[in-house]
Design a protein around this ligand. Sequence first.
Ligand SMILES: Cc1ncc(COP(=O)(O)O)c(C=O)c1O
Length: 375
Amino acid sequence: MNFIPYGKQLIEQDDIQSVIDVLKSDYLTTGPKIKEFENAIAKYSNVKYCIAVSNGTAALHLASLTLLNKGDKVITTPNSFLATSNSILYVGAKPIFVDIAKDGNIDLDLCEEELKKDSNIKAIYVVAFSGNMVNQDKLKYLRDTYSILILEDNAHAIGASYNGIKSGSCVNSDISIFSFHPVKHITTGEGGAITTNSKDIYEKLLSLRAHGIVKTSDMKPWEYEMKDLGYNYRITDIQCALGISQLKKLSEFIKRRFEIAKQYDNAFLDSIVQPLYTFNGKSSYHLYVVQVDFSKLSISKVDLFNELRKKDIGIQLHYIPINKQPYYKSLGYGNEVTPNMDEYYNKCFSLPMYPMLSNKEQDYVIRILLKVLNG
Ligand SMILES: Cc1ncc(COP(=O)(O)O)c(C=O)c1O
């Protein structure tokens, strides 16, 4: 058995050909594939505007530059990749970490308690953890009632939906972002995208992606103006060609992820392995997360990870609470009361989940996992 990672891209001959075609064309970057990819993502997500950028972290950085000012307070989740709250710090704003609910997503009821306590909170950054979008009715209620800005980090969740609302459609948010890192549903190598329904936000993002430069039709041919301090967060045509090709297969990829999720659900019925949630038709399953109460077992989580690695199974942990990271502790974080996150962190790990995972490999993962846990 070859090593089975927790996530992996699927690149086929047509994907390779689309990249080769761009390599033979006139434009490797700032060419036509970028708009084509952005249009395809916007259409897929039912949203007005899309900007493709060099990675998901750049997407979050630009989104934060657009939404926030120095000193703004932003509620966010400890259960995410560092980039979500780092982007708040990048712009001199202040993350406030709120506990998670039982599905691993930020607890929106607790968010409301924070909003009631402090009318100066500017925004909430939610994450569709593992591919499972947050309750959109509650999100809409918070947005309407407390006049806050909402960012949806959908790095895990392209292809997900919640009662007909697609991830990235920004029905109840100002901005959403995607990541196209190889472990995600579709890949451009590195890559990301920002979606929004606001023309103002879109135009600001366009300029910030390219050094803060603006060029208008009444300028002389060589002229451009720098109006903001922007960055070079451009994505290449080579990457976008791969993204366009991958996006065409996204529904097939998700179908396969659904099959794998249902097989895991069935395998763990009445076992000590508890899926974070069972199949709900909404999650697009970037991750398949389970929880095990190690306090009741003779094996520790460290031993489980080591035993499975020895057997070529790469389970992973999503996530170490961000507020407990040394850098965050140095800023005064880490003592928030987050009992659900603490319990979740003790129990959670993610199992292999990607379209190319074969039934045979999945059976092997299930069999070895249960065997090692049961001693
Ligand atoms: C929830 C979340 N947000 C943001 C990112 C950052 O994306 P990227 O790796 O493309 O910079 C990731 C990446 O893993 C992520 O999981």
